[in-house]
Design a protein around this ligand. Structure first.
Ligand SMILES: [Cu+2]
Length: 108
């Protein structure tokens, strides 16, 4: 029973993020060759990823506070919801508003 509730909660969360992301018109849910990164209060999830060349990072804002994303070739201004996609590059991506909020990306 508890497990069922957890599954329902996960399904609802996924449905809500898909709905939020569609407003940005970047291809909608999880296209092939893209890796979703949740932008939460105050951390990225996952905190590190290894992706193949040409992969897009799709940042999906899932928290209540505003976060930005600054990294190699990337400067997404602070926002609270929605999503944004950028071509993945190796290096460190951070939210400059919250110290220690970082994502390590390795492109191979
Ligand atoms: Cu932040």
């Amino acid at each position: 029973m508890k497990r069922t509730l957890i599954l329902i909660a996960v399904a609802l969360t996924l449905a809500l993020s898909a709905a939020a992301g569609s407003a940005v018109a970047d291809g909608g849910a999880q296209a092939a060759g893209s890796k979703s990164i949740s932008v939460r209060d105050d951390y990225f999830s996952p905190k590190s990823v290894t992706v193949s060349r040409g992969t897009k990072l799709r940042f999906v804002w899932s928290g209540r506070r505003a976060h930005n994303v600054v990294g190699p070739g990337t400067n997404i201004s602070a926002r609270v919801r929605g999503s944004a996609s950028v071509r993945a590059r190796s290096g460190r991506y951070v939210c400059t508003i919250h110290a220690g909020m970082r994502l390590t990306v390795k492109v191979r």
